[in-house]
Design a protein around this ligand. Structure first.
Ligand code: TPP
Ligand code: MG
Length: 316
């Protein structure tokens, strides 16, 4: 969690310095959610797909942090060779299918990944992350329907940070208990806490085991909060929430909660935690500098990978 937080602080720096183009959305405040779930899957075997708030997911799946940062900076050494940016981290060998910018647009792709693994007789699970705002997209309901119809091993994980850009949950969702959207499709569904890492890990293990065993879909809504703006360009959060509200959510900062647990149970000293904090910060700085040394893509590559040379074969 500390490395992700420091890494993202450096990505924000890159944005402010004009070194990261396009959009940049960080996961600060939400770390326990991705850490809890992605440490419970079979990494490099199970499939993961998410929206544009994707840095934590790539890092946790073992993508090279320098390649992640280089992508954020649009450099040739980036995961998508510098052509995707922050929203389009990808690492297929690690089971990471992106990194998508159209709200809700990737949810049928996640259902399709789960369909593919079941069709091939494998016992993979797919984690299909989306936001609370995305849970209103028509295509999400279609994805739930098809996933339930074909009984595919897909876990839809709504990262409910209570906002879709500047629109609060109560103003965008007719029923704010988003997990209930599994009900009409006969899908198991529940709402869980996303701030206490140890609890998140336990919940994740239970649900992943169930889905792997039963090869059926599941819908979870996980309550979390982003401590910073929607994206790096969201300058005035006071238009939609108060400083007090953010401050009170910060009382349950997942990193601070875990530190308190570790120290109060004598599992780790405060000095040791401070040392990890300093080490991960130094590591994030090294990553930032190494990524910054990667060259920009050559303009001659602009059309590479846009069209496929493969002629599809018809009739199979
Ligand atoms: C189809 C579509 N509509 C609108 C947008 C603009 N947009 C970008 S992010 C966002 C809010 C999504 O909120 P949520 O799903 O809760 O995700 P979060 O940013 O909180 O992680 C919107 C409306 C978009 N990218 N795609
Ligand atoms: Mg949201």
């Amino acid at each position: 969690m500390l490395f992700i937080r420091h890494f993202e602080r450096f990505s924000e720096r890159a944005y402010r310095q004009g070194k990261a183009g396009g959009y940049l959305h960080v996961y600060i405040g939400m770390e326990a959610l991705a850490v809890g779930w992605l440490t419970q899957i079979r990494q490099g075997y199970d499939y993961v797909i998410t929206a544009y708030r994707d840095h934590a997911h790539a890092l946790l799946l073992g993508s090279d942090p320098v390649a992640c940062m280089a992508e954020i900076m649009g450099r040739r050494g980036g995961l998508s060779r510098g052509k995707g940016g922050s929203m389009h981290l990808y690492d297929i060998p690690k089971g990471f299918f992106g990194g998508w910018g159209i709200v809700g647009g990737h949810t049928p792709l996640g259902a399709g990944l789960a369909f593919a693994s079941k069709y091939r007789g494998e016992d993979r699970v797919t984690l299909n992350f989306l936001g609370d705002g995305a849970a209103n997209a028509g295509v999400f309901f279609e994805s739930l329907n098809m996933a339930a119809l074909y009984d595919v091993p897909c876990i839809f994980i709504i990262e409910n940070n209570e906002f879709a850009m500047g629109t609060r949950l109560e103003y965008h969702a007719a029923d704010t208990e988003l997990h209930k959207r599994g009900y009409p499709f006969g899908m198991k569904h529940e709402r869980l806490d996303g701030m206490d890492l140890l609890q998140v890990r336990q919940d994740a293990k239970r649900i992943i085991d169930w889905v792997r065993e039963n090869q059926k879909p599941y819908l979870v809504e996980i309550m979390t909060y982003r401590f910073v703006g929607h994206g790096a360009a969201d300058n005035d959060q006071t238009l939609y929430r108060t400083k007090d509200e953010v401050e009170s959510a910060r009382q349950r900062d997942p990193i601070a909660l875990l530190m308190d647990y570790l120290t109060s149970n004598n599992l780790m000293t405060r000095e040791k935690i401070e040392a990890i904090d300093a080490e991960t910060e130094a590591e994030a700085e090294r990553v930032y500098e190494e990524a910054d040394a990667s060259p920009h893509p050559d303009p001659s590559e602009v059309y590479d990978d846009v069209y496929s040379d493969m002629t599809p074969e018809v009739g199979h």
